[in-house]
Each structure stands twice: as C-alpha cells, then as structure tokens.
Design a protein. Structure first.
Lengths: 577, 136
C-alpha cells in the first residue's frame, strides 16, 4: 500500500503497527473475524498531486467544482426577487398530463401558488414521444397519461396561453422531455414564436433529445440509430445557426443508471454517447467550440452509497475535462466542463413503495451529499414517487423544506468540495477515473457508442448489472430497509394525506377530448397544404444533407400533425423499437 | 394435455411504454427458476402478444406495464384470449399498477398482479401453482 515516496513510508509502517496492535485488539474484543470498517491514509493516495488532480473550482480539471461559485448558492430562492431588478426564470417542476387545455389550466393554477416558477418543464404522453397522434390505434389507452398530449401546433398554442406578458417566450426557458420527436416540438416552438412576433433568436429551452440512451434504457426511439443521429445533427446545426439561446440536448446517464447500470457504467456510457453526438456535429462541419456550449447533461443517476456517488462525480468532472481539452482539442476553457442539472445523488431506483416516507430521508441525505460536492441540494424525487403518477403537493412541500434546511440551517453549501484532500475520497476518485477511461477505451475499440448501442452491447451490460444487483438484494447482501430487512409485523406503516396536483377525472376522459380537438384541427386546416408539406418532408428526409427542421416548421404551421410527420419519416427511415 | 415438465412463459411489453428493466429481470428470474421464457421486446400490440403466445405454446402470458394503461391492456388481452380460445392460459400482469386497481383487474380475468412490492419467489410460486392447476 505504501509507495516508494519518502513521505508515506513512515505512514505505511505505522499502519502495520496499528493493524497488528490496536485494530487487532478491537477486532478480538468485539468477537469479529476481521474489521468491518475501512481507514484511509496518505499512503492510499501517494501519487496524489493537489494542483494536478484537484485544483480550484471552475478550473481544469474541475474536480473541486464546475464553477468558482456554484450557481445555486447566490440564486437560492426560485422565482424570488434577488434585488437589483433580477429574478430567476427556472423551468417549472417536471409535470404533464391530459390534454393541452388541462396543462394550460394546470399552469394557470400553479401560477397562483407560491411555488410559481418560470417556463414550463413538460412531460409528454407516450404517443407524442413515440410519434403517434391521439387518434391512432396504437395510442389507445395512452393519451394524456404519462404526460400531456401534443398532436399539432394548436396544442402548443393552448399549453403556452398562460405564458404571455412578463412570462412571454422571450422571457422564459422551456424544458421538454422529448427525444425521437424533439425536432418537431422545437419546430412547434419556433412556429409559436413566429406567430407571436417573437424573434426566434430570443428563444431559450432544453429538449432532452438524447436518442442513444433511449435505445439503451428508456425505449422511445422510433428510427434506426443512423437516422436518429441525423435528427440530432439537425438540432445542433440548426440551433447553432438560428437559435443561439436554445440548448440542443440533455445527455443523460440517469436513465441508464435507473435501468441497472453501475455508477461507473452510467457515466462512461453517457460520455461515450456524448462523444458520438459531438463527432456527428463536427462531421457536419462545426467546430467543437461553436456548439458544445449549448449541449448539456441531465444528471448521472444515483444510488444510496453516497460517499461513492460523491467520489464518482468528482471523477466524472475530471474525466470529461480531459476528454474536452485533450480528445476534442477544445480551445475554450469554459467548454471543458459540462453544464448539468446535477443533484439526484440518491437516484430514484432506491425509493421504496414500502414505508414510503423513508424516501424523504433517502433523498435528504442524497441532497446533503450533493451540496458537499457543489451541486444543488435538490430533494428529488418527492417521497411519494413510487405511489403513482404525479407527486402530491404535500410531498413537494416536504422536499422543498428539506432542501432549505440543508442549505440554510446546516449551511452545507458554505464550503466548496469539502471532500478535497480526503484520503478515502481522493483514492476512490482516482480509481473511478481509471475505470471510466477503461470503459471508454473498450467502446472506442468496438467502433464507438453508435456501434455499442446498435449491436446491443451497451444495453446488455446494463441488464447484466441490473441482474447482479437483484441477486445481491435477493440474497440480502444489499439491504433495502422495509423491503428485504426490518419487515417484521411490529414495524409501523405511516401514511400522510396526499393531494394530487392533477385532476384525476380530467386524465380519465382526456383521450376522448383530445381526439375530438384533433378532429376539429384536421377539419379546419387546408389538407392540400398539409400534403404538400409532407411531400417536402419526405424528399428532404431522403437527402441526408438536408436539415429537416425548417420543413417541420412549415408543416406544423399548416397544422400537420406530429403523427403524420412521423408516418412519413417511418416510411423513409424505417422503424425500430 | 401433455406438455412435458417445463413451464413456458411469455413476457410481453404491450403498449408504448419503453421501460423494460422489470420485464428483463423477470425473464431472467423465471429462466433461472427453470422455466422457458420468450420475451417479446418493446412496443408490442395485444394482438402480437397473443399470436406469439399461441405460436410459442406458452402456459403463461405475462404483461409488463408501467404507463398507466393497464386497464385497457387487460381488456384487450382478455378479449383476445376468449376470441382465440386460449383462456386456459394463465394471464398475469406486473409493473406500476395502483393497489386500488388490482381487484378490478382480477375481475377482468387477470389471475395475478405483481407490483413493486412482489418478490421473484412469490411470482415463481404463483406461476408454478397456477400452471399445475391448469394442467390438471
């Protein structure tokens, strides 16, 4: 364990003495066969160089933090006035259900409550995500369930009705969890802005648009990898030129982690996918520094072993900085670290349906560790995540207060990178960096992320890891409190009132109402113009060099539906799922 | 009907939901328990699931669903099972299904519903017992 370096030799010796003496006595006194806990010393990080491995927040290699001052520290207090006339326009809490009218009314109501935020953070229903209109046979039973239904521009016009005046499109940022059909949604936003006379350069937002992780973990992909990548290329090249305020992608590790990837796999696969997206944009003629500033990462997912989650994120920052500076040759140091939502260190998968209030404890601890590594102490998910679609108002209140306690009572955000110099954490960070580069090398050897995704390797790794973890749970080697341990009859189940933010009765009849609206839209539009637009889309789709977004904009202005556009694309690109 | 010893199970993702961690793990767990499992892959229709069930001559039809569309899917599967005369097969569902919907699903003809709180052991025992009864 001790290296050749002079400084750590005495420590190595002292450690041996301790192990043979004090530690051994402790093990024997407690009747154990070995010590159940670890202890780290400088000998474990003998090669560690502070300036090279850690450095300063906001500077290469960014281990200590992405920013000199994490944005959430001065910006604490969403939507509140900061003084000096500044306010924050965050995208609102992730939500969506029912018809466009249901969402519009939801935003109007939320606007009345103290939790008001800026632009909408929209969850779309599955037909919208997978390219089907609400009246499609395959959409039956799915319309307006996991999110809001969007069939045509008309739905966007209705959803965005409350976003006027000081919440107009040039004053808010929108968030769309949309992937395969992202460019159609962006086209609708552009069309909406043009109808309102808002210059499109002022538009800000983030589409998720990370199609590769769909193949691996989320399953809403429509077109084969090659054509899916063409769509993402279209997003990056179009937005770089015409929508400088629009983020183009939110590259996600979270979903792969949730699907079972290990923490190192989730981050490595995310980086591999990012590399593929960036290479595609570079192949299209852009310089890395032209577009990378508008790419973002969602988060990397999490788990309950929070010391390891903290260390792996420090490693991720360093690995990514090296990729940007050394692999891509980016010349702008600001671009050497990713923009990310961050947080979520405890993940969603550890949340239990048994004794669900324990989930509040889980996320609060996760959020505490987030703040220690410079990420916002967001307590996500609200405790009732496993109880069904839609977090209750009470759960969101508890989550908000937990964050405030971490921030303002515990003051955990007052020191940057508290773990810097911890022998344990630095040792672990180094190990994780090594493992990440190993996986990236492996993926490079097989031809890159596109190959690894297309031939199913990446997904297979995720399923394998998921299975290995399930076996540990089954054997009791890993514990879930209230699930595989502490399940005796004397344990108490606690429930508190839950008020849904959604109106359940609206969700139940949303499908019928949406189909009726769609019928009217189709009756009132000029079908010849729609057909002409669809033909233009088909021709452009066949030309790999063409950017499809302007064609989508023209089409949605005529109230061509999302399903109709995707139908044409399916004919040209083929379909996978 | 003589089918030999091994239980044959269809694990199907019916509808548009793309989350298949559960379906993949159940497939592996049932195989690990000695059953033969056919997994349909994502985004299948009820029709596809039923024709696969018939082609593969399974004892059990298992549908994994997390999108909230479970009631509609149950209706479709049961109707098709009746139409094709394969009601002797065991129909089970799993995924994210609210507690209050489980009795309604059972009324429709779903033999068992396995949500997040179910263990692999419970599923395996239920299937073994259900198939044993059906074969008698």
């Amino acid at each position: 364990m001790a290296s050749g370096k002079k400084g750590v030799e005495p420590i190595g010796e002292a450690r041996r003495k301790w192990e043979d003496g004090t530690l051994k006595k402790g093990v024997q006194r407690l009747g154990l066969s070995e010590s159940p806990i670890q202890y780290y010393t400088p000998a474990d990080v003998a090669e560690h160089d502070f300036l090279e491995n850690v450095g300063f927040p906001g500077e290469f290699p960014f281990t200590a933090g992405r920013h000199a001052i994490p944005v959430h520290v001065p910006m604490w207090g969403r939507g509140k006035n900061l003084g000096g006339g500044k306010t924050i326009r965050h995208a609102f809490g992730y939500s969506g259900y029912g018809t466009a009218e249901d969402m519009r009314d939801f935003y109007i109501e939320r606007g009345k409550t103290p939790a008001r935020g800026g632009g909408p953070n929209i969850a779309f229903d599955l037909p919208t995500q997978t390219g089907y209109d609400s009246d499609d046979e395959l959409a039956e039973g799915e319309v307006g369930r996991v999110g809001v239904a969007v069939d045509s521009l008309r739905d966007f016009e209705v959803i965005y009705e409350p976003f006027v005046g000081d919440m107009e499109l040039d004053r808010i940022a929108s968030n769309w969890t949309i992937n395969a059909t992202a460019n159609i949604i962006i086209a609708m936003y552009i069309a909406l802005a043009e109808k309102r006379g808002i210059p499109i350069e002022k538009l800000r937002g983030t589409p998720q648009n990370d199609i590769l992780k769909e193949f691996v973990a989320r399953g809403t992909q429509i077109f084969p990898v090659e054509h899916s990548m063409r769509m993402v290329r279209d997003t990056i090249t179009f937005c770089t030129e015409h929508l400088p305020g629009m983020n183009t992608i939110s590259i996600s590790g979270y979903h792969m982690r949730e699907a079972g990837a290990t923490r190192v796999q989730a981050i490595s696969f995310t980086f591999a996918n990012a590399i593929a997206y960036f290479e595609s944009a570079i192949d299209a003629g852009l310089d890395i520094d032209q577009f990378v500033g508008r790419t973002t990462f969602l988060n990397f997912g999490g788990g309950m072993e929070l010391l390891k989650e903290a260390a792996v994120r420090r490693a991720a920052r360093r690995v990514w900085a090296k990729i940007m500076r050394d692999r891509f040759g980016s010349k702008n140091p600001k671009n050497w670290i990713y923009k990310e939502l961050g947080g979520g260190l405890s993940g969603y998968w550890p949340m239990t349906i048994q004794r669900p209030l324990n989930n509040l404890v889980r996320v609060a601890i996760g959020a505490a560790f987030s703040s220690l590594i410079g990420e916002p102490p967001v307590c996500e998910p609200p405790y009732d995540e496993p109880l069904g679609l839609g977090h209750s108002v009470e759960a969101r209140q508890l989550a908000a207060d937990a964050s405030r306690i971490i921030m303002e009572e515990c003051k955990l955000c007052d020191v940057q990178d508290v773990f810097a110099g911890s022998y344990y954490i630095e040792s672990l960070t180094n190990q994780y960096e090594k493992e990440m580069f190993e996986i990236l090398g492996k993926i490079d050897d097989m031809g890159g992320a596109l190959k690894a995704v297309e031939n199913g390797w990446m997904k297979d790794q995720v399923i394998k890891s998921a299975w290995e973890h399930q076996m540990k749970l089954r054997k009791g080697e890993d514990v879930q409190v209230g699930v595989n341990k502490y399940t005796e009859e004397d344990e108490i189940e606690i429930r508190i009132p839950r008020t849904s933010p959604y109106k359940a009765e609206r969700r139940e009849d949303a499908e019928g109402r949406q189909i009726a609206s769609l019928k009217m839209v189709k009756a009132e539009r000029d079908d010849r113009k729609v057909q002409a637009c669809l033909e233009k889309i088909e021709n452009a789709a066949r030309d790999d060099k063409a950017n499809l977004i302007p064609f989508f904009v023209d089409a949605v202005k005529e109230y061509t539906t999302l399903g109709e556009i995707c139908g044409v694309l399916r004919n040209v690109f083929g379909e996978v799922h | 009907m003589s089918k030999g010893q091994r239980i044959r199970v269809l694990v199907a993702k019916v509808g548009l939901d793309g989350h298949d961690k559960g379906a993949n793990l159940v497939t592996l767990a049932l195989r690990d328990a000695g059953m033969e499992v056919v997994y349909t892959g994502l985004r299948r229709t009820a029709n596809h699931a039923i024709s696969t069930a018939i082609e593969e001559d399974v004892d059990v039809i298992g549908v994994s669903i997390l999108s909230g569309a479970h009631m509609k899917v149950a209706d479709k599967i049961v109707a098709l099972m009746q139409k094709e005369g394969i009601e002797d097969k065991l129909f089970v569902m799993g995924g994210v299904i609210p507690e209050e919907d489980i009795p309604k699903l059972k009324e429709k003809g779903v033999a068992g519903v396995f949500t997040q709180s179910a263990t692999y052991e419970e599923m395996i025992d239920f299937i073994r017992e259900g198939v044993r009864q059906h074969r008698e």
